[in-house]
Design a protein around this ligand. Structure first.
Ligand code: CA
Length: 230
């Protein structure tokens, strides 16, 4: 974790100072820029290990910056944590769908932010890690090849969509998915899903998971995530 390079994209000096102080104290290398336009140059030049991106920037806004960064295959693996004002759920959703890896709402506690940074860095930007391998979480087994789920040895009967949603969430623990991202993972030629059905689907899935239902967390106003292992 030490010596990792973090690029801060933020236009408020007080927040830059607060971030720098806490990140440097934790052993990170920190650089910052104060606009989206500068950010794009800085990403190319500095090749950071992680980006902290304020969404409300003068000129090019954070969402646009995120989209451009993530469009470039060379940058795709650089994790982006968005900084947003509380209550900007629409923006959080748009940001996650633009490829951001996580978000923290302002005002934030440095301790929580550092925990998020460490989690995201540990994941190494890899999503869908080995999508075909069996996932074992506690006594819950998810076998993507056979489309089977079991608690201990007892099979849990899931529909196609429930299985897809569970597999998406459980193979990306700690990651928040928006309803649209879940729909995208489920839909196929035969299966059509709308965003209201996602909520209904998740209610049904939780019921079937019994004591593991609490592993699927609702992120209010944003979407769902599978409880992180930490
Ligand atoms: Ca701002």
């Amino acid at each position: 974790m030490k010596d990792k390079k973090i690029l801060i994209i933020e236009d408020e000096e007080d927040i830059i100072e607060l971030l720098k102080y806490n990140l440097v104290k934790s052993g990170f290398n920190v650089t910052y820029v104060m606009s989206g336009e500068e950010a794009l140059n800085a990403v190319a030049k500095e090749n950071p290990d992680l980006i902290l991106l304020d969404l409300m920037l003068p000129g090019m806004d954070g969402l646009e910056v995120c989209k451009i960064i993530k469009k470039d295959s060379e940058n795709l693996q650089i994790p982006v944590i968005m900084l947003t004002a509380r209550g900007e759920e629409e923006d959080i959703i748009k940001g996650l769908e633009a490829g951001a890896d996580d978000y923290v709402t302002k005002p934030f506690s440095p301790k929580i932010l550092l925990a998020r940074i460490k989690t995201v860095l540990r994941r190494d930007g890899k999503r869908y890690y080995n999508p075909d391998s069996t996932i074992q979480i506690d006594r819950l087994t998810i076998n993507p090849e056979k489309h089977e789920v079991a608690i201990d040895e007892s099979p849990v009967k899931l529909s196609y969509s429930e299985f897809k949603a569970l597999h998406l969430l459980a193979s990306n623990r700690g990651w928040v998915f928006t309803r649209y991202q879940i729909i995208d993972a489920i839909k196929s030629d035969e299966h059509c899903v709308t965003d209201r059905t996602v909520d209904v689907l998740l209610v049904g899935l939780r019921k079937k998971l019994m004591e593991f239902s609490s592993y699927i967390e609702t992120v209010r106003g944003v979407g769902y995530r599978f409880k992180d292992s930490q």
